[in-house]
Write a protein that binds this ligand. Structure first.
Ligand SMILES: NC(=O)c1ccc[n+]([C@@H]2O[C@H](COP(=O)([O-])OP(=O)(O)OC[C@H]3O[C@@H](n4cnc5c(N)ncnc54)[C@H](OP(=O)(O)O)[C@@H]3O)[C@@H](O)[C@H]2O)c1
Length: 393
């Protein structure tokens, strides 16, 4: 099996490449647009992977890299640059991949969308045919990209399966493992409802199983499938697993954010960061960026005025450095001077207090998919990796 894979240097793509090349015996053509990243180094070790330089916005590079491939997995998404650039990468990039698949008369294309296209699961069971109410810029981009996929499926009969995963966690997950652990380790993660908010999350290897099945299951063609594990049930279970590994208590918060408190904590902690920087206690740039994000509740709102290009580069810098150097380089010098940052921004509050679930019955029915790795095993593997990577003692 020869597979064209985009986003192979990313969190999910790299794990797909490992599983396809090592366990699945496939030949993988990996599209890489920046060779200097930790993710690119991760896939460069694999004998079954050939790396091709190319940007999703360049249709010729995609045609060349995909030559000879009958199976396509399109994982890449716009992660850096201005909003306009990210949209071009995500939407036009998807068109270029689908066009290459059409020309190659692909046997199967798996497209990575996101459960976020359906908007937040506030209170009910969200099915795979729920309307697209996601209104964050990321969700809007994914909705547009899905329209391109639907166009190619209808007009050109490209056999596509759309996967819509929920929050993907496990080894190398930048958001739902590394960043979460970093916050919990510094006792800066706060959950509402004593952690009883519903966690819609999928363990990385369970998601990779779904990809494998989507490449082969005949009933899946033309379908869009939510991919969500049955467990953990709550954020308290997921983050509690990390907290136990770190030997720190899980912290809770009882009220939605108030503006006055946000400002008080933000101003106090900004002063502490400034003092640390002037005293030379914040040594590395990466530390400073982390401090800004984790200690100042208003940072995300204030960062809205910073141009997207600069924010994108900053995010990439932090992610790359952390993956290479582990948490040790990003650790705070002293947390005791900071006021507890227990004022969650509204979207974070909504996520952690969610009472709704994304369904997974359709994926089970059409793919024969089951979350193969149970939660306790997934957590054990993740904690082993956290120790190995230096994020946990
Ligand atoms: N992680 C989650 O929790 C989650 C949940 C639901 C859906 N998804 C979807 O799953 C897919 C994979 O997510 P992920 O977490 O693995 O993302 P990720 O780690 O951010 O990886 C994104 C990949 O896209 C590549 N890329 C960015 N711009 C590119 C360009 N111009 N040309 C070619 N490649 C480019 C990146 O390469 P560089 O590293 O070189 O920039 C990277 O390999 C995405 O479509 C995402 O929307 C993710």
């Amino acid at each position: 099996m020869r597979v064209f894979l985009t986003g192979a240097s990313g969190f999910i793509g790299a794990r797909i490449a490992e599983c396809l090349a090592v366990t699945g015996g496939a030949q993988v053509h990996a599209l890489i647009h920046r060779f200097g990243t930790a993710g690119a180094a991760r896939v460069a070790r694999l004998a079954g992977v050939r790396m091709f330089y190319g940007d999703l916005r360049d249709p010729h590079a995609i045609q060349q890299a995909a030559e000879g491939c009958a199976y396509f997995i399109h994982c890449a998404t716009g992660t850096s640059g201005s909003r306009h650039v990210q949209e071009a990468i995500t939407v036009e990039g998807t068109r270029h991949v689908l066009e290459a698949a059409r020309r190659a008369k692909a046997e199967r294309v798996v497209y990575f969308s996101s459960a976020s296209v359906h908007g937040p699961a506030r209170s009910s069971l969200i099915q795979d045919d729920h309307p697209f109410t996601g209104d964050f810029p990321y969700a809007k981009m994914k909705i547009q990209a899905e329209a391109v996929v639907a166009e190619y499926a209808a007009r050109h009969r490209v056999p596509v399966v759309v996967l819509r995963p929920t929050c993907v966690w496990g080894p190398f997950s930048p958001n739902w493992t590394v960043a979460a652990v970093e916050l919990i380790r510094r006792e800066r993660a706060f959950l509402p409802l004593e952690g009883r908010g519903v966690a819609n999350a999928v363990y990385i290897d369970n998601l990779v199983d779904a990809v494998w099945l989507a490449l082969t299951a005949p009933e899946a063609v033309g379908e869009a499938l939510l991919i969500n594990d049955d467990e953990p049930g709550t954020w308290g279970e997921l983050y509690g697993g990390y907290a136990r590994q770190l030997g720190v208590p899980l912290r809770f918060v009882s009220a939605p954010p108030g503006m006055a408190q946000m400002w008080r904590v933000s101003c106090h902690n900004a002063g502490v960061i400034l003092r640390h920087a002037m005293q030379g206690r914040t040594r590395a740039g990466i530390q400073l960026v982390r401090e800004l994000y984790t200690q100042i509740p208003l940072a995300k709102g204030l960062l809205a005025v910073v141009p997207d290009g600069i924010k994108g580069r900053l995010k990439q810098y932090v992610t790359d450095r952390e993956l290479v150097a582990g948490a040790a380089s990003a650790s705070s010098q002293s947390s005791s001077d900071f006021l507890p940052c227990d004022v969650l921004p509204r979207p974070t509050w909504e996520l952690y207090a969610s009472q709704g679930r994304y369904a997974n019955a359709k994926a089970k029915r059409l793919l024969g998919w089951r979350p193969r790795v149970p939660f306790h095993e997934a957590m054990a593997r993740t904690c082993q990796w956290l120790r190995y990577a230096g994020y946990a003692p």
